[in-house]
Write a protein that binds this ligand. Structure first.
Ligand code: NAD
Ligand code: ZN
Ligand code: ZN
Length: 334
């Protein structure tokens, strides 16, 4: 089968490999769509500060597929049905899994990051990673629900504890951030969207942002919102945006870090202390939240914007995403 594989830094290629066979407790999926995430770029272009990625590895951690074969011992999975894959699927036994924070499971092998993922015709995954897709949700929407929507939901509602009526700034309204704008607006926040591309700002306005501005033109001491910005979510994560987040957030406010644009970063210590600013990291989301976001999409409350292209064009789309030429999110179809 065709698969797009990471062989080491700057070496990502389409190759032919054997179709995987499901082991005990696993399911073989025929991939119907797999979303392209900026994290794939951080992996391919070695931007994670030496974080270990096994190689060779089939990337692709936003997967929607159809179950075609059950491994030994698998029950409750229907052949022919559509499922999405919960990427950080946990062991089910550790203290994180047992307390519902399965995204933090220390035994997990993240699908598409630590074990083979969805940029291929087929993928095998643990059965407990599968969540059924509602009929009204398309393959591509379901695929991007597993990260671009799930991560945004977790960051704003669970980690950020977003409150209706509060002023929220979203820095970076690309694949994740545009969903964050929709989620924050749907839950009653007043949203300031920031990006460096006018096209993305226009989309943010269409998807619920009260104001959308070039982040380089913003005076962080005088943000153009009618209320204090008590929650800032950074979906870029460069030193520049982390600094901006700290300048922009109101006294007593929260900053949620999602983007991995740089692995370190500046901390305005006096500001954090004197104004009691909470700086919070946010990682992916939980299996329970994935079911919730699929339901929000099925009900039309969130409409993830996603375009599909053939898997054979993946290298072109990697370059386009890197150049900022993807409108919102791309999903590859084998
Ligand atoms: P993307 O490329 O689709 O979007 C990034 C957006 O940021 C683009 O619209 C770009 O124009 C904008 N941008 C760049 N520099 C900016 C600046 N200085 N000010 C304002 N906007 C700026 O990327 P994505 O797929 O949405 O991913 C965003 C980040 O989140 C990546 O770093 C990715 O690795 C990370 N991520 C983290 C998690 C997590 O669990 N924490 C999960 C998925 C992705
Ligand atoms: Zn991702
Ligand atoms: Zn666990």
């Amino acid at each position: 089968m065709r698969a797009a594989r990471y062989f080491g830094p700057h070496d990502f290629r389409l190759v032919e490999i054997d179709r995987p066979v499901p082991e005990r407790g696993e399911v073989l999926l025929r991939v119907r769509a797999a979303g392209l995430c900026h994290s794939d770029l951080h992996i391919i272009f070695d931007e994670l500060g030496g974080y270990p990625i096994p190689a060779p590895l089939t990337l692709g951690h936003e997967i929607c597929g159809e179950a075609v074969e059950r491994g030994e011992g698998v029950t409750g999975i229907e052949i022919g049905r559509r499922y999405v894959v919960f990427g950080p699927v946990g062991c089910g036994n550790c203290r994180w899994c047992r307390s519902g924070r399965d995204n933090l499971c220390t035994e997990s092998r993240w699908i598409g990051i630590a074990r083979d993922g969805g940029y291929a015709e087929y993928v095998t995954v643990p059965a407990q990673a599968l969540v059924a897709v509602p009929d009204t949700v398309s393959d591509a929407e379901a695929a991007v629900a597993t990260d671009a929507v799930l991560t945004s939901y977790h960051a704003l509602l669970t980690v950020g504890r977003l409150q209706p009526g509060e002023g929220v700034a979203i820095i970076g309204v690309g694949g994740l951030g545009l969903n964050a704008v929709q989620i924050a607006s749907a839950f009653g926040a007043v949203v300031l969207a920031l990006d460096i591309q006018e096209r993305k700002l226009e989309l943010a306005r269409q998807h619920g942002a009260a104001i959308a501005l070039d982040s380089r033109q913003l005076d962080p001491q005088n943000p153009p919102l009618d209320r204090p910005i008590t929650l800032v979510a950074d979906f870029v994560g460069t030193d520049q945006t982390k600094l901006l987040a700290q300048q922009l957030v109101a006294r007593g406010g929260r900053i949620v870090l999602v983007g991995l644009g740089s692995v370190g970063g500046p901390l305005l210590g006096l500001r954090a202390v004197a104004d009691e600013i909470a700086v919070l990291g946010s990682f992916w989301g939980t299996r329970q939240e994935l079911a919730t976001v699929l339901d929000l999409i099925a009900r039309g409350i969130i409409r993830p914007r996603v375009e599909t292209h053939p898997l054979d064009e993946i290298l072109t789309w990697v370059e386009r995403l890197r150049a900022g030429e993807v409108e919102s999110r791309v999903a590859l179809v084998p």
